[in-house]
Ligand binder design. Structure first.
Ligand SMILES: C[S@@+](CC[C@H](N)C(=O)[O-])C[C@H]1O[C@@H](n2cnc3c(N)ncnc32)[C@H](O)[C@@H]1O
Length: 246
């Protein structure tokens, strides 16, 4: 069982505080997993597994999954070598689905999920061996602040892994992908989720997110060393990694 007394300090998101992004994820939560698989043609599972590989989970170490959503990353880490994982997210509906998944797999002793905002993590400093966020970072209200928070809760030498959408560099592939991502996906997403804006927000937020060297600079400014990034699936997603300077 995780020792929460040494890990958690306070809950940072009062239940009544809602912002438009929280509101949106609460609304799409029931269709979120299904739409992930459909709209990415199943690639989302490969992207998450590859990101967890980068984290290199080792037995009996403690990991943090920021913006854990329905807990797919947290479960993937916990299944590797009996790791302990804490997941934090500010959407009550996403967390509720995540908790169901964790208990249906009988993984409550390895995975614990808590409400919390990335910009104000409800966690003590220097506690985690590694931290990851998959498709969360582009949603953070203050990305620099959130990355500094992750830095704060990591132990010296602790690893950060950020998985986020990007665009293929190749001109033709980018044109083709953007046709799908910006024109077709929002219509399919609206149709299946029933939410008016969530799946046009997706390409908009990816467009606005700092990519490649720009995001690597944010990691370096927060105090991470050995920062690097690699593209997956022609550059549709990118995995960023770094280590907290000792
Ligand atoms: C696209 S989902 C990704 C969920 C999960 N990591 C995955 O791989 O499927 C983004 C998640 O980030 C959460 N989120 C967005 N901004 C956040 C913030 N500032 N603090 C905490 N969670 C946040 C949302 O509630 C949502 O569950």
């Amino acid at each position: 069982m995780l020792d929460m007394a040494t890990t958690q300090v306070k809950l940072s998101v009062p239940a009544d505080r809602i912002n438009p992004i929280q509101d949106m994820f609460n609304a799409v939560a029931p269709r979120y997993d299904f739409l992930n698989g459909l709209l990415s043609a199943g690639c989302d599972r490969y992207w998450r597994k590859t990101a967890v590989d980068e984290l290199v989970p080792v037995a009996n170490r403690l990991f943090l999954d920021v913006a854990t959503g329905t807990a797919d990353i947290a479960l993937e880490i916990a299944l590797r070598d009996k790791c302990q994982v804490i997941g934090v997210d500010f959407s009550a509906a996403m967390l509720a689905l995540g908790k169901n998944k964790v208990s249906s797999r009988n993984m409550q002793s390895a995975v614990q999920l808590f409400p919390g905002a990335a910009e104000n993590l409800p966690l003590k400093s220097n506690r985690f061996d590694g931290a990851i966020s998959a498709f969360g970072a582009r949603n953070f209200a203050n990305i620099n602040h959130a990355i500094r928070e992750i830095h704060r809760v990591l132990k010296p030498d602790g690893k950060i892994v950020i998985l986020e959408f990007s665009f293929p560099r190749n001109g033709f592939l980018q044109w083709l992908y953007r046709l799908y991502f910006e024109k077709i996906l929002p219509v399919m997403g609206r149709w299946v989720s029933g939410h008016k804006n969530a799946y046009s927000y997706l390409p908009d937020s990816v467009g606005a997110f700092p990519k490649g060297e720009a995001f690597a600079s944010i990691l370096k400014e927060a105090g991470f060393g050995s920062v690097s990034f690699k593209e997956l699936t022609f550059g549709i997603t990118t995995i960023y990694t770094g280590s907290k300077n000792a």
